[in-house]
Design a protein around this ligand. Structure first.
Ligand SMILES: NC(=O)c1ccc[n+]([C@@H]2O[C@H](COP(=O)([O-])OP(=O)(O)OC[C@H]3O[C@@H](n4cnc5c(N)ncnc54)[C@H](O)[C@@H]3O)[C@@H](O)[C@H]2O)c1
Ligand SMILES: O=C(O)[C@H](O)COP(=O)(O)O
Length: 587
C-alpha cells in the first residue's frame, strides 16, 4: 500500500522475522511455539481479520485494500493462532482482545479496530506495549444507542415487555401493568458524552427535567440543551430515573453499588445502555428486591451473554435486551465504514483520527512536520551512538527552538521519533508513535522537553532541535557541551535534515548515509587527506564540513559517507597525526 506521507515506519513493525527483546515473556512464548515466518499476505496486501459481523459497506471497503478474512465465533485459541497471520483485527464488543492475542501475533498485528465505541474488551496496555495501534468508531452508533436508551426508558415506565409477554401467554392484565409517567420527572444522565447528551436532548423533548453528572463535560454544552450539570450526589439522590452513559473504567466500575443505591430516592428507575460493569449487579438485585429500585432496564451485563438463569434478567421488574444499543441497520453500516476507513488509513501509515492509544496528529500538522520528524529520529540515533558503551542513558532533553507560540507546536510526534532514534540502535525493539513513551519508561530513560521561543517569523514550525544526553561519558569527547552533556543540534535546510552542531562545534552535514566526525588540530590539507583515504577505498563522500573553535586551534570535521568504511580505512583516518579523536556514526 502507498505511504502518502512516508511515515509508515511510525506504525510498521520490523519484527516479523525476529524476536523482540523488550519483554522476556515474548521469548518464552516464542520458545514454546513453532515460529512461522509471516508476510503481509498475497500480492503485498495486508491481511485483515474481521472477527465479528460487520456491515457489508465496511467489508467492501476493506477488500479494496486488503485480504479480508471474515471468521466469526473464534475460540481464544483459534484467534491466537490466526492472529500471527494478520496485520489488522476488527472486532465488536463480543471478542476479548487480551494480552495473549498481542503476544501470539509476534509483532505482526499493527492495528486493532473496534467497530463501536467501548474499548473495554481490548487490553490497551498490552496493545501499547506491543506497538499496536487501537482505533475505534466512536460516532456512528451514538444515535442508535441514545434511541435504545429512550426505548428502554419508555418501555420500562409502561411495562411494555412484561405486558407483551403476558398477553402472548394468553392473559389480559390491565391493572397489573399500570405504569408511571415521564413528563415532569427528573432524569439523571450519568456521563454527558455523545450518547448521554443525545439521550438528554430526547428526554427534554419528552417533558422530563434533565440533570447530568459528568466532571469532564463543558457547562455550555449542557446549558445549550437545557440540562443542569450537578454533582454525583445530587444526581443520584434527586433523580426519579437514572440513565448510565459512562465508559467502563477503574473509576466507574461498580459505580452503582449497595452504598450508592442506599442514597437514591426510593422507587428510582435505572436504565443502562453503557456497560454492565458500571453497576454492581448483585447490589442491583438487592435494591430491586428491597424496593429502593422500582425497575431497571438493562442492555448490557458484566458477563455477556449472561448465564442462563441470571437473576437480573429473569427479574419481573427488569426489562432486558441483549446488547442491542448499536444494532440498527443504519448504525451498523455507519460503524463498518468508519472502522474500515480508520484501519485502512492506519495500515497505510496515516495517523488515525480515532486512535485510542496514540496521540492524534491532524494530517496538516503531520505534513508540515515531516522533515522535522526525520531530523528528530536522526538526532536521537546520532546522539546515542556518541555515548560510551556501558554508560547507560537515563536522562535525555529535547529542545525545540521555534518562533511559534508553544500552543502552536505539537511536539509529541517529534518526541516519539527522538525516542525511536535513541532506542532502536541499541535494542531489537521496534518503536513507533504508539509505544515510544512506554518503551522509554520501561528502559528508565527520562525524556524531558524544552521550548526555546525565538523572535522572528513563525513560518517554519521549528528553527532547530537539540538532543542532549546527561550523565554519560562520550566516545567522542568533542560532542560534550560546556556542562559535560552530549549535545547535537540539527536543522531542516531546504527540506533536508542537517546536523548543525556537535558539542561546541558548528558543522553542516546533511543527515543521509553515515557520518564520520573527527577532531583535529585545525591546519590546511586535512580535508584532502581524509577524503583521499576514503576515495582510495571507494567510499563515496557526500558532504564535508569543518567547524572551528578559532583558526589554527581545534576543529571538528564532519564527513558524510554513502557506504560504511572498513575498519582498516577508519584506522588509517585515526592514524593521521593531526587527528585527536574520531567516530563513525550510522544514521
Ligand atoms: N449498548 C450499546 O450498544 C452501546 C452503544 C454505544 C455506546 N455504548 C456505551 O455507552 C457509553 C458512552 O458512550 P459515548 O459514545 O457517549 O462515550 P463518550 O466518551 O462520548 O462519553 C462518555 C462520557 O462519560 C464521562 N465520564 C467518564 N468518567 C466519568 C465519571 N467517573 N463520572 C461521570 N462521567 C464520566 C466522560 O466525560 C464522557 O463525557 C460507553 O460505555 C459506550 O461503550 C453502548
Ligand atoms: O461500545 C459500543 O459501541 C457498543 O457497546 C456497541 O457494541 P457492539 O459493537 O458490540 O454492538
Amino acid at each position: 500500500m502507498a505511504t502518502p506521507l512516508g511515515l509508515s515506519s511510525l506504525f510498521s513493525s520490523r519484527i516479523h522475522t525476529t524476536t523482540p527483546s523488550l519483554f522476556p515473556i515474548h521469548r518464552k512464548e516464542f520458545n514454546r511455539r513453532r515460529i512461522i515466518l509471516v508476510t503481509a499476505g498475497g500480492g503485498g496486501k495486508p491481511t485483515i481479520l474481521v472477527a465479528e459481523k460487520l456491515g457489508q459497506a465496511g467489508i467492501d471497503l476493506l477488500k479494496k485494500h486488503a485480504n479480508v478474512d471474515c471468521s466469526y465465533d473464534l475460540s481464544v485459541e483459534e484467534l491466537c493462532t490466526k492472529i500471527s497471520l494478520c496485520d489488522a483485527l476488527i472486532v465488536r464488543s463480543g471478542t476479548k482482545v487480551g494480552r495473549d492475542v498481542f503476544e501470539s501475533s509476534r509483532g505482526r498485528l499493527k492495528v486493532v479496530g473496534r467497530a463501536g465505541v467501548g474499548i473495554d474488551n481490548v487490553d490497551l496496555a498490552a496493545a501499547t506495549e506491543y506497538g499496536c495501534l487501537v482505533v475505534n468508531a466512536p460516532t456512528a452508533n451514538t444515535v442508535a444507542a441514545a434511541e435504545h436508551g429512550i426505548a428502554l426508558l419508555t418501555a420500562m415506565a409502561r411495562n411494555v415487555a412484561q405486558a407483551d409477554a403476558s398477553i402472548k401467554a394468553g392473559k389480559w392484565m390491565r391493572s397489573k401493568y399500570v405504569g408511571v409517567s415521564l413528563v415532569g420527572k427528573t432524569l439523571a444522565v450519568l456521563g454527558f458524552g455523545k450518547v448521554g447528551s443525545e439521550v438528554a436532548r430526547r428526554a427534554r423533548g419528552l417533558g422530563m427535567h434533565v440533570i447530568t453528572h459528568d466532571p469532564y463535560a463543558p457547562a455550555d454544552r449542557a446549558r445549550a440543551i437545557g440540562v443542569e450539570l450537578v454533582s454525583f450526589e445530587v444526581a443520584i439522590s434527586t433523580a426519579d430515573f437514572i440513565s448510565l452513559h459512562l465508559p467502563l473504567t477503574a473509576a466507574t466500575s461498580k459505580m452503582l453499588n449497595d452504598e450508592t443505591f442506599a442514597r437514591m430516592k426510593r422507587g428510582v428507575r435505572i436504565v443502562n445502555v453503557a456497560r454492565g460493569g458500571v453497576i454492581d449487579e448483585d447490589a442491583l438485585l438487592r435494591a430491586l428486591d428491597s424496593g429502593i429500585v422500582a425497575q431497571a432496564a438493562l442492555d448490557v451485563f458484566t458477563v455477556e451473554p449472561p448465564v442462563k438463569d441470571n437473576k437480573l434478567v429473569l427479574h419481573e421488574s427488569v426489562t432486558a435486551t441483549p446488547h442491542l444499543g448499536a444494532s440498527t441497520m443504519e448504525a451498523q453500516e455507519g460503524v463498518a465504514v468508519e472502522i474500515a476507513e480508520a484501519v485502512v488509513g492506519a495500515l497505510r501509515g496515516e495517523l488515525a483520527a480515532t486512535a485510542v492509544n496514540a496521540p492524534m496528529v491532524p494530517p496538516e500538522v503531520l505534513r508540515e512536520l515531516k522533515p522535522y520528524v526525520v531530523l528528530a529520529e536522526k538526532l536521537g540515533r546520532l546522539a546515542v551512538q556518541l555515548v560510551t558503551g556501558g554508560s547507560g542513558v537515563d536522562a535525555v532533553k529535547v529542545t525545540y527552538a521555534s518562533s511559534r507560540s508553544p500552543d502552536d507546536l505539537d511536539t509529541r510526534l517529534l518526541r516519539a521519533m527522538v525516542i525511536k532514534g535513541l532506542i532502536e540502535p541499541i535494542s531489537s525493539v521496534f518503536i513507533n508513535l504508539v509505544n515510544s513513551d512506554y518503551v522509554a519508561k520501561q528502559r528508565g530513560v527520562k525524556i524531558s522537553e524544552e521550548r526555546m521561543v525565538l523572535d522572528g517569523s513563525p513560518e517554519d514550525p521549528i528553527e532547530y532541535i537539540t538532543v542532549t544526553i546527561a550523565n554519560v561519558e562520550s566516545r567522542f569527547a568533542s560532542a560534550l557541551s560546556e556542562s559535560g552533556e552530549i549535545k547535537v543540534e540539527g536543522r531542516v535546510k531546504q527540506g533536508v535534515p542537517s546536523l548543525t552542531k556537535v558539542g561546541l562545534f558548528g558543522v553542516d552535514v546533511s543527515l543521509e548515509g553515515s557520518v564520520i566526525l573527527c577532531r583535529q588540530v585545525d591546519q590546511p590539507g586535512m580535508i584532502g587527506k581524509v577524503g583521499g583515504i576514503l576515495g582510495d577505498e571507494n567510499v563515496n563522500v557526500s558532504f564535508m564540513s569543518v567547524g572551528r573553535i578559532a583558526p589554527g586551534k581545534q576543529a571538528v570535521m564532519a564527513i558524510g559517507v554513502d557506504e560504511q568504511p572498513s575498519k582498516e580505512t577508519l584506522k588509517k583516518i585515526g592514524d593521521i597525526s593531526a587527528i585527536e579523536e574520531f567516530v563513525f556514526l550510522k544514521l
